[in-house]
Design a protein around this ligand. Structure first.
Ligand SMILES: *[C@@H]1O[C@H](CO)[C@@H](O)[C@H](O)[C@H]1NC(C)=O
Ligand SMILES: *[C@@H]1O[C@H](CO)[C@@H](O)[C@H](O)[C@H]1NC(C)=O
Ligand SMILES: *[C@@H]1O[C@H](CO)[C@@H](O)[C@H](O)[C@H]1NC(C)=O
Length: 400
């Protein structure tokens, strides 16, 4: 992809050019089960998130009442006028005995010392120099969908990918699903948001339909915005590096050889990857930076060191154990979709891997991969006594 090629060059020479981009580190603010976009007012939300940015992040962030730049007193990001919040799901390792361990994050190239690993955030104006409209106060959006479990559905989101890091500089070989081999230095989740806006709505019911991808081509190739979403917005892009190094041993991976990492929303495939954004730059700081087309933006933006950014933290609003070996994912999140087998079953029922009998998860009387019926799959419809087959969404159900 052109963006990654460009990035590799930019990183290699470290020099600002005509194609400037803002790239900065944001340390961890808090890792907790809150989601003020999809589940405002709800403590807690179904799955665990890692959150960076301004410290006004809260259970509810109603844009009519919650002035992020005003209510925040610090931010975990290097640009100290950026009180936005950025978050993604978190990753877990599932051991052969079925218990889970949270995978830590690690800092990206040039961002050593970022507390909790955090993430790298990019805002890129169009490469052809056309005018870009920065996000407005109250703007928020989500890209991706945690319920997706196959590539066809995931292709709707063109640029949500993973990079298997053979070195921290690896920027090639992006995949739509989780890497299925050992990634020596970790797994990088790449979350690129749509770059066209309807110009009117700060949010939408699904938090996605007020933005769109270019009508043809990509942001990187200068594709035009569709008539429904004519306003070019910066490309917002997260890179999150999951430190899989403690688990890079095939002897502790599933016996069927598949990869052992599962997302906090119950997904081994990675197709459900998603990112959330709540705009919170102070005043017109982001627009100024986009207009200046600057990289480091000295004299344009105020900056703090990573050490200073690390001082900004929040406590979990509802304390919950997310570390240690857990017997279930936080919030008892069920795992849906294809998942590794442990060899405990007798009937080959996993349609994506017919020789893999699955783990019999959830107490089904027929061993399989956690499902008890549902669209396109009928391997197990009977649950062990004490559990019932419950519909999780339109295409998966599970014995719970
Ligand atoms: C979160 O919201 C609650 C209730 O409105 C408020 O009391 C609290 O101060 C807020 N916390 C932060 C960090 O803004
Ligand atoms: C499960 O496996 C992990 C990793 O090998 C180990 O650390 C943990 O103690 C095991 N838990 C139980 C209950 O056996
Ligand atoms: C892929 O998932 C979607 C739901 O996201 C479902 O409607 C569709 O049938 C699935 N396709 C295949 C080939 O399994």
């Amino acid at each position: 992809m052109r963006s990654t090629a460009f990035l590799a060059v930019a990183l290699a020479i470290g020099a600002p050019g005509a194609d400037a981009l803002l790239r900065f580190s944001c340390s961890e603010l808090v890792t907790e089960r809150l989601d003020p976009l999809v589940f405002p007012g709800s403590a807690q939300s179904p799955h665990l998130h890692q959150i960076v940015g301004g410290n006004s992040f809260n259970i509810t962030m109603d844009h009519n009442r919650h002035d992020i730049a005003q209510e925040s007193t610090c931010t975990t990001c290097e640009f100290s006028e950026d009180f936005s919040n950025y978050w993604t799901a978190t990753l877990f390792f599932r051991a052969r005995n079925g218990t889970f361990k949270r995978v830590a994050q690690r800092p990206n190239v040039f961002f050593d010392g970022a507390r909790g690993g955090g993430m790298s955030v990019y805002y890129t104006p169009p490469f052809d120099g056309t005018k870009v409209t920065a996000f407005q106060p109250g703007f928020r959006m989500i890209v991706g969908n945690p319920f997706i479990r196959n590539e066809t559905a995931a292709n709707k989101y063109r640029q949500l990918t993973f990079t298997c890091l053979d070195s921290l500089d690896t920027r090639t070989g992006e995949t739509k699903s989780m890497p299925n081999r050992i990634c020596k230095e970790g797994i990088m989740a790449n979350v690129r948001f749509p770059t066209c806006w309807d110009g009117k709505n700060l949010d939408s019911e699904d938090h996605s339909s007020h933005v769109a991808y270019p009508a043809s081509g990509t942001f990187e190739s200068g594709g035009p915005c569709p008539a429904t979403h004519p306003v070019k917005i910066p490309q917002l892009f997260y890179e999150v590096i999951w430190d899989t190094r403690p688990f890079n041993d095939k002897n502790i991976w599933p016996e069927d050889g598949s990869q052992p990492f599962v997302w906090s929303y119950g997904d081994f495939t990675g197709y459900g990857t998603h990112g959330d954004y709540v705009f919170g730059w102070k005043g017109d700081a982001l627009q100024r930076a986009m207009n200046a087309n600057c990289d480091t933006c000295n004299g344009v933006l105020q900056r703090q060191s990573i050490a200073q950014a690390n001082q900004c933290t929040q406590k979990q609003k509802v304390a919950e154990n997310i570390d240690g070996w857990l017997t279930e994912l936080p919030g008892a999140m069920p795992i849906t979709g294809p998942q590794p087998g442990t060899g405990s079953g007798t009937t080959p029922t996993n349609p994506t891997n017919p020789t893999n009998p699955g783990n019999g998860g959830g107490g089904c009387t027929v061993a399989k991969w956690g499902q008890c019926g549902g669209n396109g799959y009928s391997g197990c419809t009977t649950c062990a006594s004490g559990s019932t087959c419950r519909k999780q969404n339109d295409w998966y159900s599970q014995c719970l």
